[in-house]
Each structure stands twice: as C-alpha cells, then as structure tokens.
Design a protein around this ligand. Sequence first.
Ligand SMILES: Nc1nc2c(ncn2[C@@H]2O[C@H](COP(=O)(O)OP(=O)(O)OP(=O)(O)O)[C@@H](O)[C@H]2O)c(=O)[nH]1
Ligand SMILES: [Mg+2]
Length: 509
Amino acid sequence: MATQFVDRVVLQVAAGNGGHGVASVHREKFKPLGGPDGGNGGHGGDVVLEVDPQSTTLLDYHRNPYRKATNGRPGAGDEKNGADGDDLVLPVPQGTVVKTRGGEVLADLVGFGTRFVVARGGRGGLGNKALASPRRKAPGFALLGEPGETRDIVLELKTLADVALIGFPSAGKSSLVSVLSSARPKIADYPFTTLVPNLGVVTAGEERFTVADVPGLIPGASQGKGLGLEFLRHVERCEVLVHVIDCATLEPGRDPMTDLEVIEEELAAYVPDASLGGVPLSERTRVVVLNKADVPDARELAEMVRPDLEARGLEVHIVSAVAHLGLKELSFSLARHVAQARAEIEAEVVPQRTVLRPKAVDDSGFEVRRENTSDGEVFRVVGERPTRWVRQTDFGNDEAVGYLADRLNRLGVEEELFKAGAVAGSTVLIGPADDAVVFDWEPTLSTGPELLGRRGTDLRLEDHHRPTRAEKREEFHARKDAQREAREELDTERRSGIWTDRDLDEDDE
Ligand SMILES: Nc1nc2c(ncn2[C@@H]2O[C@H](COP(=O)(O)OP(=O)(O)OP(=O)(O)O)[C@@H](O)[C@H]2O)c(=O)[nH]1
Ligand SMILES: [Mg+2]
C-alpha cells in the first residue's frame, strides 16, 4: 500500500541564534575617544508549538521536518541594539503529544492556544557599551551571541474524541460519522479509505460529543501490522469505544462474532502510553453497532447474532448508515455513555489537560569532574553558566578571554578545580562532552591564601586519596609558582586598566 499515515513525525527544530554584541567607540568631531557605544545583539527566536483549531494533521511536518526560527541581529555602533529574531510558531492539532526521541513525554498539548516552547533562541551578546563600568571604561570586546537550541522531537497525534468508531476496513465507520454529525469524511468501498481520523460533533438532545472514525483495523494491528499502531494510538483518549461491524461482508472467514473478537484481541494487546495516564483500552465502555442492515441478508445475520452479543453484556444497535436506520437511538445512547464517562472523570478530579513542562534545569551550579581520557587526565567543568559563558566568548580577543576567566573565577570554578586536584597546566574542558572547549589552565587564584590552613596544610588537599609527602611538596610549589605568576599577570592587567570587580552578570538572571 502506497499510502503513508502521518500522525507521527520526527521534527528537527532549531531556534534562532543570538546576534553578536559589538565593540565600538563613539566618534565625534574634536572628541576622538568618546567612550564605548557598541550595542547588544538581539535574542534569537524560539520555536513554539501551538494548538491550532485549523490544524488537523501533522502532514505538513512530514513533508518538511526541518524548522528554524530567525536569528537575532547583531548590535551596531552608536548604541544600536540588534533586533530580536522572530519566534517560529508551529501550529499543531489538538491532542499532539511531544516526545523526545527516547520516548520521554515533554508535553501533551490540549486546549486551543496552548503553547509549548520546544527550542529556545540564543541570547544576544552584550556590546561593549553594556560591558563598560566605572573601572573598565572602554572594553575592547563584546560578547558573542549564543547559538539557538536545536532539538529532535517526536510529535504524535492522539485524537481527542469522546467516542471512537473502530472496526475492520470498510465496515462503515466514516459513513456513520457522516450521518451522525455534519462532518463529511471520505467514504469509499475500498479498504483504508480513512488515513487520518475524522472528527464529527454529534448533538443528541442536550448533549454534545465528538466521534472519531478510527481508520480500519486488521488482525495484528497491535503489533504494528497494517497501520495498526498508528490507528490504535487514537483510540487511547476516547472514553467510549464503538465496534462497527459489517454484517454484509462476503469475505471468507468474516462474521460478526469473529470480527468483534479479532478487534478485541488487538485492543487488549495494545500497550497504552503510561505517561498519559489512560485507562487500559479493555476497560473502556463498549457499544456494538451492527451496520448495513439495509441489506436483507445483513439484517438477518444481525438479528441472529444479537442475542449472543447481549448475552456477553454488550449493548447492541442494528443500524444502517446508508438507509439512516437506528441512528437516533444510537446517538442518544452514545450521549448517555459519554455523559457518564465525563462524570466519572470529573469525580477523579485529576486534571488531565495540563501541559507537562520539561524538568526545570538548575542553572546556578556547576561541577568539576576529574576524567581519564586517552589523552591523559582532564578536568571537566559541567554547568549551565560556565558553558554559556564560553559560548559567548570571542577567543580571538584577549580581553574577552580575560573577562571569561574573571567570570569563571567569581563563580568559584578555580577553587573547585583546585579542590579536584588541578594544577597549572592541567587540561580543563568546559562544556558538554561533544562540544567542549579545551583550556590549558592558568590559575589566577585570588582566593588562595585563605584556604591555607594553620600549619601550612592545604585544606584543599584533604579529601583526596593521600598524596605522598613529595607529591604534596611538588604540588604546593607548583601552586605557589602559579599563584605568583597569576598575581603578577593580574597586576599588570589591573594597572593597564582592563579589570574591574563589578559583577557584570546581570544578563544571567
Ligand atoms: N449497504 C450499505 N453500505 C454501507 C453502509 N455503510 C457504509 N456502507 C458502504 O461501505 C463502504 C465503506 O464505507 P466507509 O464508511 O468508507 O467505511 P470505513 O469503515 O470508514 O472504512 P475505512 O476508512 O477503509 O476503514 C462504502 O462503500 C459505503 O458506502 C450501510 O449502512 N449499508
Ligand atoms: Mg473510513
């Protein structure tokens, strides 16, 4: 079969990059050095999913699974900030579940207008105007914009309807939706006419409810045969399941009782998504509809099996979608079941219609890990902020690199490196495994002396696996040398007016 069922897509989204900040100096006639005036880069646009009533399938994403929001514009001189990138809003149908590739549910999108940010835009970099301070009057650098998040996500559509019509292909499910509601799904006498569930709104007296014609099921559907799993996914959210049984089929091996049992087996074998908190399919309300009763033989067969079905405790309706037989009774009965199911759900109080947010990341901390790699021992700094600061740094600019060192130091990264046993010249990696920046560490250690204990024991050495006396001495001297060098360097920089102690991390909050 050449048809493709598209209620599950893998989407690659990329948020916009932040624009770079700019380092610029104000120029005026007779005032050659008018101070820093480089503007900030704009923030990159986010990629946002939004539940849209106009959207019914994920087909568009199947055709074009790469989506990117626009970048922030770079800053400019004369204190001009770059414009922010536009958010990219992707409309999705009601009932779209957002997952990671690993299957973790990120969000369950219900309710028109519900929004979920799947990829955050990168922050724009600060320009030198914003980086200036009373002590660092003319920064000769700016911060880079950060790259936007990129992500692979899986979208799955799980139709939200009160009633699902299920059954073999060509049983007349779409025909029933078309006569029960004002929806006009495609109807044809070949199997798998319906590829995406059609939703119809049914009004019966005071009650209003939605019915969906789930595409035809075949044996093995729960194992993914035919388009089974895709179809069964839609049944997951429906409270009332209606077996639509074709009493006029001439296919060998088919009769109402067998058809019912085959479909029931598929329902029982389907494993619902636990994270959505659904009741197992086998426990949902069932109604049996024996269709095509306008055909005399079919009517006879229906009357014949009716008592057997009722003996199993099933409610049975003999109808004809084509001749409009038994439809009124059917819709009123469905309305009753729906009302009852709704009352039960309300009694449970559990609000199902919430958006699950991805776990909040604590971005304040960081961690230093000592790792052994093929290139020897390395120290890896893992944390939201250090990683971000590295991304903002223009490594071609010494002043910018110095500023980075200063920020890291203030966060306490140096101290932690010492505690972990790093010495001058150690290899330090900052950032995630696949995308780390490598440094040869040159400690500046402005906080060093306080850490030295009364009798010259260095507290930082204590929780380590007992170095020998010689090792200690060596390490101590190495550190002393490093401290001295670092102090001298800092001093030179201070004197040349590059440094300030002002905390410039307001952009982090
Ligand atoms: N005689 C008769 N034919 C019917 C009746 N209901 C549906 N049909 C016919 O059965 C065929 C299949 O109907 P559909 O409504 O498309 O069936 P379906 O269950 O949606 O099929 P799939 O979408 O393929 O799963 C069409 O040719 C319909 O005209 C009925 O009550 N009586
Ligand atoms: Mg159909």
